[in-house]
Design a protein around this ligand. Structure first.
Ligand code: AMP
Length: 590
């Protein structure tokens, strides 16, 4: 609301990978992007692992650092592309020696440690399927996903094995091999990963790979039902690579840092695959959020491109502007963010406190790669998710008052006027589009309407084609016949100096249908008083008019999903005294 666009200079535009958005959108084809990759020698297909590792290892980038692992204190371990090729060769050979065939499912339950990268890329080179699990999951969600995903191999740590897997191992007859990291004797029923790797050769030739062969399995949660396993194929690497160049402005000379957890899709698409396909150097910090350490990483590692998330940025904002001023962030040339709404305030804060604005982008597990983005070479609208990546066609579908799509003979009606809300939809056809939910044809089919893939998000498009996030289709509030996007209300509330974070829900109301209720966590130094409550109500009313919250509650422990989103569903269930449902993705409270 009322935020000025951040203009890019002519020099910034000219220097960007995507220097002319309009022209590239017109001319770009995915076929062209395929040409940016090598393909397997002798036309043997396309393999993600080969594009990420081997093609550099056989070329001039063999001695360039691919991964730089930051340990405790100043300890740093570097792995070159050449060395990464040898280690992933060993892993592929190990899968062979264990009798795992092409298409076998290999899961990881690991933090950001070397074994994660070797497992992921070795599995892909072997043409087995890689599926990462979140290491903070408890045994129940781990079991659910291993069973649903037909896991044959699991790579984990001895500690995670004992606490998460051993208690459920009897329920997993198809899980043939568990490989554990570390030097200690492996727990009963597991194999030492290092010892097994030492026993196999470090040369391996990637077998012919059909680009349509399944490569990755990413679990995602729906609003109802069991977790869904989104299937991605080797062809996805074309979109991983192209989107990293366009939306992250990534080049081989970059030092790149992606803070995403490896258990979620960003941690694989952009935390492992895309930057390696570009030939960049990746920083890997195994630790969790720590403001001072993060600023020190940016400064000392001379990070040039940084990909992070709104929650992390908001946590950094709480520390104020003086802290980043103590670090030399001059190497940083591009910052991007994903995963949840990025409020305009954070975009502008980036520019002020870090020297770079934050470029929001949007995508989801099913899309496999960034779909809508702000770009280095384009003016940035604080609060907007950006415009579709070249090669991606986005649209908005009309919904009726009950949330059903408006259809004409099986064809959904689109929203064609600016600034009108609709369900965000995409025309399938980009390479990293998911190919199905494993064992769940019906849920897959339900994602499509006519020629459109339905994202489940609500958005609007302004007159210049920028998309603005409104909320999940199922979180939107209907009050007195008006649809209200919780994100808009939350963003506004977060502009108040007392507000650290806000979660907004629709509370049933006999007259209006629903009224807006806001749950608010306060910044340090503010007290949850009735006076402050009245002030916030007035603040909202003055700026939002009829869509302002009618109620404000203070809650210093807003529930978050493990990927950092405020769980509005849970706030709503608690408000209504309803069952809280599946909480496997709830972040444990501190
Ligand atoms: P996931 O599949 O877990 O990656 O979650 C995808 C969902 O996160 C999207 O459908 C959106 O609801 C939300 N999301 C991702 N990126 C953004 C963004 N830039 N702004 C707002 N919401 C986002």
């Amino acid at each position: 609301m009322g935020w000025e666009p951040i203009r890019k200079s002519a020099a910034e535009r000219a220097a960007a990978n995507l220097a002319d958005y309009a022209q590239t959108r017109r001319d770009f084809t995915w076929e062209q992007a395929r040409g940016w990759l090598s393909g397997l020698p002798e036309g043997a297909g396309l393999n993600i692992g080969y594009e990420a590792v081997d093609r550099h290892a056989v070329g001039e980038r063999r001695d360039v650092v691919a991964l730089r692992f930051l340990g405790r204190g100043d300890a740093v371990t570097e792995v070159t592309y050449g060395e990464l090729a040898r280690r992933t060769n060993r892993f592929a050979n190990l899968l062979d020696s264990l009798g795992v065939r092409s298409g076998g499912r290999v899961f990881s339950l690991l933090g950001r440690e070397p074994a994660l990268y070797v497992t992921a890329l070795g599995t892909l080179k072997h043409t087995s399927v890689f599926s990462p699990l979140f290491s903070a999951f408890g045994p129940q969600p781990v079991r659910e996903r291993l069973v649903r995903g037909d896991a044959q191999v699991l790579v984990t740590t001895p500690g995670l094995y004992r606490s998460r897997v051993a208690p459920i191992r009897d329920d997993l007859p198809q899980l043939r091999h568990v490989l554990v990291t570390g030097d200690d004797p492996p727990p009963a029923g597991t194999i030492s990963l290092d010892a097994a790797l030492a026993g196999v050769e470090d040369t391996f030739t990637v077998p012919p790979t059909d680009p349509e062969q399944m490569a990755l399995l990413h679990f995602t949660s729906g609003t109802t039902g069991k977790p869904k396993g989104a299937v991605h194929v080797h062809e996805a690497v074309v979109a991983h690579h192209a989107s990293a160049r366009f939306a992250l402005d990534l080049r081989e000379s970059d030092v790149f840092w992606c803070t995403a957890d490896p258990g979620w899709v960003t941690g694989t698409s952009y935390g492992i695959i895309a930057p390696l396909t570009v030939g960049a150097t990746m920083i890997v910090d195994p630790g969790e959020f720590d403001a001072r350490r993060w600023y020190a990483n940016l400064a000392e590692q001379r990070v040039t491109v940084w990909y992070t998330a709104p929650t992390a940025l908001r946590m950094l904002m709480r520390y104020g502007d003086d802290l980043p001023a103590r670090y030399d962030l001059s190497a940083l040339r591009y910052i991007a963010s994903v995963g949840e709404p990025l409020n305009a305030e954070a975009v502008v804060w980036g520019q002020r406190a870090l020297g770079q604005p934050i470029h929001d982008n949007w995508w989801q597990t099913e899309t496999g790669s960034i779909m809508i983005s702000n770009y280095a070479g384009m003016d940035l609208r604080p609060g907007a998710m950006g415009t579709p990546v070249p090669g991606v066609e986005a649209g908005l579908l009309q919904r009726d008052a009950d949330g059903r799509l408006r259809m004409d003979d099986g064809v959904p009606r689109t929203v064609d006027e600016p600034d009108v809300e609709g369900e965000l939809a995409l025309r399938p056809g980009w390479p990293s589009m998911f190919r199905g939910y494993l064992h769940d044809e019906a849920r897959y089919a339900a994602c499509f309407a006519g020629d459109w893939y339905r994202t489940g998000d609500l958005a609007r498009r302004d007159v210049d084609g920028y998309y603005w996030f409104i909320g999940r289709a199922d979180d939107v509030i209907t009050s007195a016949g008006h649809l209200i996007g919780p994100f808009e209300v939350e963003s506004l509330l977060m502009e108040h100096p007392a507000v650290a974070e806000a979660g907004v829900i629709g509370k049933p109301d006999p007259v209006a249908g629903e009224v807006v209720k806001a749950f608010i966590s306060l910044r340090d130094g503010y007290e949850a008083t009735d006076d402050l409550r009245l002030e916030l109500l007035g603040f909202g009313r003055r700026r939002l008019g009829s869509v302002a919250p009618k109620e404000v509650a203070f809650d210093q422990q807003l529930p978050h999903t493990r990927s950092g989103k405020v769980m509005r569903r849970l706030l709503k269930a608690r408000e209504l005294g309803l069952p809280e449902g599946d909480l496997s993705t709830l972040e444990p409270s501190a």
